[in-house]
Ligand binder design. Structure first.
Ligand SMILES: [Fe+2]
Length: 198
């Protein structure tokens, strides 16, 4: 198990958030750290990579004590997708297993929401960012109809508790609070099992 990789990642993000750089710098540095985290698929415990036939799962892996950021695993069953939704805070996305398609959306001058360009394919090991300044509305789906995909996300808040919106076609935006799929968090703090760990 390489769970220490998650501990190190969380430490890096905490340090970045502590120093509160400009959002663009935080996102650049955060994407570097996330790219490194998703490079090897050897650290996420199976319990946080388990799909559900009902819907995609969002497992909390870590929440900052001051709710300044959270880290989650997103698990897509075959063919599963999100509704069109926003985040209201910065978010980093890295694909650990499989692949996903993201379709960005943007409002036009009249305030109507439209797809912005084509779907973007994010392959295993690739990362991207969302935020209210970069573009915050998208729909994401598993790129595969026959296998599970898993991505690791970091958000600039306790994302499962943030009041945000989905954007149904031909209807008003609908408020939602996503919550999390798990009640128990991974324990990556037992350094006694890792000689020379920090
Ligand atoms: Fe999203």
């Amino acid at each position: 198990m390489g769970i220490h990789k998650l501990r190190r990642f969380v430490g890096t993000i905490a340090e970045l958030v502590d120093h509160a750089p400009r959002e663009s710098r935080l996102i650049d540095r955060g994407l570097d750290a996330l790219r490194e985290l998703v490079r090897d698929d050897d650290w996420l415990p199976d319990a946080y990579a388990a799909p559900s036939p009902e819907r995609y799962q969002q497992y909390l892996l870590y929440a900052d004590a001051r709710q300044r950021f959270s880290v989650v695993s997103f698990v897509w069953g075959p063919g599963q997708q999100t509704p069109v939704h926003d985040h209201t805070v910065w978010g980093l996305i890295g694909v650990l297993r499989g692949a996903e398609y993201a379709q960005p959306y943007a409002h036009d001058a009249a305030g109507a929401l439209h797809p912005l360009g084509r779907e973007v394919l994010l392959q295993r090991g690739e990362v991207e960012a969302v935020s209210p300044t970069l573009g915050d509305i998208h729909r994401v789906r598993n790129a595969y109809d026959d296998r599970v995909s898993v991505s690791i996300h970091v958000y600039g808040a306790n994302i499962g508790a943030v009041r945000r919106f989905t954007y149904p076609a031909d209807a008003s935006p609908k408020p939602f609070i996503s919550g999390y799929s798990n009640d128990v968090l991974p324990n990556f703090w037992d350094l006694s099992k890792e000689p020379n760990a920090s």
